[in-house]
Design a protein around this ligand. Structure first.
Ligand code: FPP
Length: 259
């Protein structure tokens, strides 16, 4: 794939994607929704592969939200099957290319077989360092925050944590995404202008990119467009243009607005 115009020195470190539109893709073609998810799985493979080739360090994919449990049983079952199949099929490639798998979300709600496969791939790939793929499964941003708050209350109660010690970094370290930098770029396919309970805390300063392309059709060309669009943005983290012009490196090294 021709990467014309992409500046390799200004890539987003972390790209997060809300993969939407599988159902619509299928319905438009008079196919079953599950066919849309199957095509969506191919897009997942293509986007992981391209991210690896370009050098994106973290890729997060919103694969199954806590709300998705309310879908018809056969659709939930098909999605779990596709996920398991993907993991089994891609594990060797993850090892070959140094890709680590992580998940965010409430893994306990997943079927036992899927959980076992996930845990095995997570353990096998744990030491890989070139790239991290984060699958959001049975995940929602609010649920992440609720679980963090419960944990926090417990730690304060038992004296493990002093209220004064709680700052933004501390909270980040207690969310499912602990250790993963905040997304620089959040992509949503299929045109909806919503966050849909994906990363809430983590996207405070992410650049947003929404494309009308449905997820099963989001492939190399569309991904490249999103990355090029990102590189045209001017990230100021709440500062003025003048401040940025005076010390752009320090601003980037500070990782955004925290300093
Ligand atoms: C949204 O489309 C997509 C999902 C709920 C699931 C995403 C799952 C995959 C891409 C397949 C397998 C995943 C992995 C990680 C291999 P939608 O059904 O909500 O679309 P609609 O809004 O058009 O109905």
């Amino acid at each position: 794939m021709e990467l014309d115009g992409l500046d390799k020195s200004r890539l987003p470190q972390h790209v997060a994607i809300i993969m939407d539109g599988n159902g619509r893709w299928a319905t438009q073609r008079h196919k079953h929704r599950i066919e849309g998810h199957r095509r969506g799985k191919t897009s997942v493979r293509v986007i992981v592969e391209m991210s690896r080739k370009i050098g994106i360090r973290y890729l997060s994919l919103y694969a199954f939200s806590t709300e998705n449990w309310f879908r018809p049983d056969d659709e939930v079952e098909a999605l779990m099957g596709l996920l398991e199949h993907y993991l089994v099929a891609e594990q060797a490639k993850m090892m070959r290319y140094g890709i680590r798998l992580l998940t965010v979300g409430d893994r306990n709600r997943l079927p036992a077989g899927v959980r076992r496969t996930l845990e095995s791939v997570i353990a096998t790939t744990a030491k890989n360092q070139r790239m991290t793929v984060v699958l959001a499964l049975s995940y929602s941003g609010r649920d992440d925050i609720v679980r963090m708050a419960r944990n926090l209350a417990q730690q304060v109660k038992t004296g493990q944590c002093r209220p004064e010690a709680i700052d933004e970094q501390w909270i980040s370290s207690q969310l499912d995404t602990a250790g993963v930098p905040d997304p620089d770029l959040l992509i949503r396919t299929s045109g909806e202008m919503r966050i849909s309970n994906f990363f809430l805390w983590q996207i405070a300063y992410s650049e947003l990119y929404v494309t009308p392309t449905l997820w099963p059709e989001f492939r190399e060309k569309e991904y490249l467009q999103a990355l090029l669009d990102y590189q045209r943005r001017r990230r100021r983290f709440g500062r003025t243009d003048e401040q940025l012009a005076q010390n752009p490196i320090a601003m980037m090294e500070a990782g955004g607005p925290k300093s």
